[in-house]
Design a protein around this ligand. Sequence first.
Ligand SMILES: NC(=O)c1ccc[n+]([C@@H]2O[C@H](COP(=O)([O-])OP(=O)(O)OC[C@H]3O[C@@H](n4cnc5c(N)ncnc54)[C@H](O)[C@@H]3O)[C@@H](O)[C@H]2O)c1
Length: 316
Amino acid sequence: VKPLRAAVVGLGRVGLLFDLDERRRGVWTHVGAYSRLSEEFDLVAVCDPDAERRALALARRPGLRAFDTLEDLLAEEPLDVVSICTPPEAHAQQVAAAAPYVRGIMCEKPLSSDAAEGEDAAAACAEAGVLLVVNYYKRFEAAVREAKRLLSDGAVGTLHSAVAIYSGGLDAVGSHAIDLVGFLVGELSLLCAAEDQSGTILRFGDGGSAHVIATSPAEDLVFEVDLLGSEGRIRILDNCARLELSRFEASERYGGYRELVPVPVAKLEPVDPFLASFLELAVALAGDGDGLRSDAAAALKTQRVLDLLRPHVSHR
Ligand SMILES: NC(=O)c1ccc[n+]([C@@H]2O[C@H](COP(=O)([O-])OP(=O)(O)OC[C@H]3O[C@@H](n4cnc5c(N)ncnc54)[C@H](O)[C@@H]3O)[C@@H](O)[C@H]2O)c1
């Protein structure tokens, strides 16, 4: 099978620059993902109005064609897939503009500035028969996959609450937190959001409550999800690198009560969540696989919750 011709629009941190960070292991950019997955993709072009960024990309991948506008890229380069790695307010319009020219779009999160724009972009993709992925790559983390499996096996019974703690801005890591809670517990609706911008309470299922708490600045990385059910608890810890499971058992200290007791869990399979997200798109475009884990419909649900929070939560 011929590799899919791919281009990256927006050569900032997630488009290109994160992979220049020597401390990072694995692949964290779209240029890096297409380059690594060379059987599935052929990275042919990049696009950014910033000439320095284009030069950096060419230094890393000589032979690419570099464009300064999306319009020129789409007009001049036949593509199967395009990545949209521009600031959120540009996403919806660029997704809609690209839809008639490609078969798949990998859009950075969040999908759009608001749900109305996101719906227009999703509709343009549906009309053109284009697969739209929104790169909520945390859905692919090993601890998240394991949590999802444990939940569907009933390992912790019926979920009563979820608590997510994240550092950074709402459109940045906050959108991952909202997206991941929705992915794990199901559809969310707003109960209340703190006026002092410290957090929000959402409803799910039959009376479940999800608390999403914003903490320290983005540089002090915290990302945790704590899921409590009728039979036990799952905690996703250490920025999704670790998972803990415990179950309620009859207390030896208090008559008539149960307490949480740790249960050993298998070692998590190492995965590169960023690559997994791209690989799933390639598989789906080949007509295989079980669909997309982070498709337009899922991203729109997250976007509708983000809309509810926007008047309350700052973009730190
Ligand atoms: N998946 C993740 O974990 C993750 C991590 C970081 C950022 N992001 C998301 O990726 C997106 C970009 O974030 P970033 O931090 O890389 O931003 P950035 O500011 O570092 O880079 C944005 C780039 O887009 C370029 N650009 C702006 N307008 C453009 C246009 N019209 N056409 C082409 N290029 C244009 C800019 O010149 C810049 O190089 C945001 O939506 C952000 O939320 C996701």
